[in-house]
Design a protein around this ligand. Structure first.
Ligand code: MF3
Ligand code: CO
Ligand code: CO
Length: 277
């Protein structure tokens, strides 16, 4: 098993900044997600905000993992049956669409990676429920994070919650370690068994980013080499946070003033903010 980096205090400081900046791009773009706007325009707005306002670098632009062609845009916009890695283009969003916007920024060499779902106008009952269940899946997974827990504990609760609702978990893509490198060890599967896989240690940083399909879990890749859709054309939803393992639990790094509140089942107390445990 390849090794998982343990972040230094300096790394953690850098990752807090990068995480907050990534989340703030989502706050910035939220009011623009309206019927009639194209995903290409959302990309242009985010790209300009990152470059000109934040002084961050969009990590996706020209990102080229082995076997891929360079990613052509600054953000990912995954609409309706697109599971992930949707490339922004000139198609306009319309009332009832659901779109995941996935932002990864680089600041001072550190990566912050987060995504949220947005409703374009009024969502269908299915789209709303799938989005809510997926949000709960992400937070259930995050809630398991503490030293001594196993990666399989995270995958297990996500899979249980999704499947109990009648939905399915995408297997081909997973969360990932992150830091000075965009995608590093470990792989964070969104399915699995409690007590299996790597044991968590304080100082690890990784993403939790479940992709949940309303129908079957099977996917297909589009001819552009990036866009992933559900094979059965069912809706797919995803949420993502970047999370630090602390001595006592976790700290969500991709936080901002406009982020949605965690679900009520996430314990909150006077001396613990909603994003740490
Ligand atoms: N942000 C995605 C993730 O959560 C990765 C996108 S890679 C890209 O891991 F090249 F498509 F942007
Ligand atoms: Co990610
Ligand atoms: Co992401």
């Amino acid at each position: 098993m390849a090794s998982i980096t343990i972040k230094t205090e300096d790394d953690i400081k850098g990752m807090r900044v990068a995480g907050r900046l990534a989340a703030e791009v989502l706050d910035y773009i939220a009011p623009h997600v309206k019927p009639g706007i194209t995903t290409g325009e959302l990309d242009r707005l985010c790209h300009e905000y990152m470059t000109n306002v934040q002084g961050t670098i969009p990590a996706p632009l020209n990102y080229c993992p082995p076997g891929y062609t360079p990613y052509p845009k600054a953000i990912c916009t995954s609409v309706n049956d697109v599971v992930c890695h949707g490339i922004p283009g000139d198609k306009a969003l319309k009332n009832g669409d659901v779109v995941n916007i996935d932002i990864t920024v680089i600041k001072d060499g550190y990566h912050g990676d987060t995504s949220r779902m947005f409703f374009v106008g009024e969502p269908s009952i299915l789209a709303k429920r799938l989005t809510d269940i997926t949000y709960e899946c992400m937070w259930l997974g995050i809630s398991k994070i503490k030293p001594g827990a196993h990666l399989g504990d995270i995958g297990y609760v996500i899979q249980q919650h999704a499947e109990k609702a009648g939905y399915s978990v995408v297997r081909e893509f997973c969360g990932h370690g992150i830091g000075k490198v965009f995608h590093e060890e470990p792989q964070v599967l969104h399915y699995g068994r409690p007590g299996t896989l790597e044991k968590l240690v304080a100082g690890m940083i990784f993403t939790v980013e479940p992709m949940i399909n309303a129908g079957k879990r099977d996917i297909r890749e589009m001819g552009d080499g990036w866009t992933i859709k559900t094979k059965d054309r069912s809706l797919s939803a995803q949420w993502e946070h970047t999370v630090l393992v602390t001595e006592t639990g976790y700290e969500v790094l991709t936080v901002s003033p406009g982020m949605p509140l965690p679900p009520a089942f996430i314990q909150q107390s006077a001396d613990s903010s909603p994003v740490t445990a």
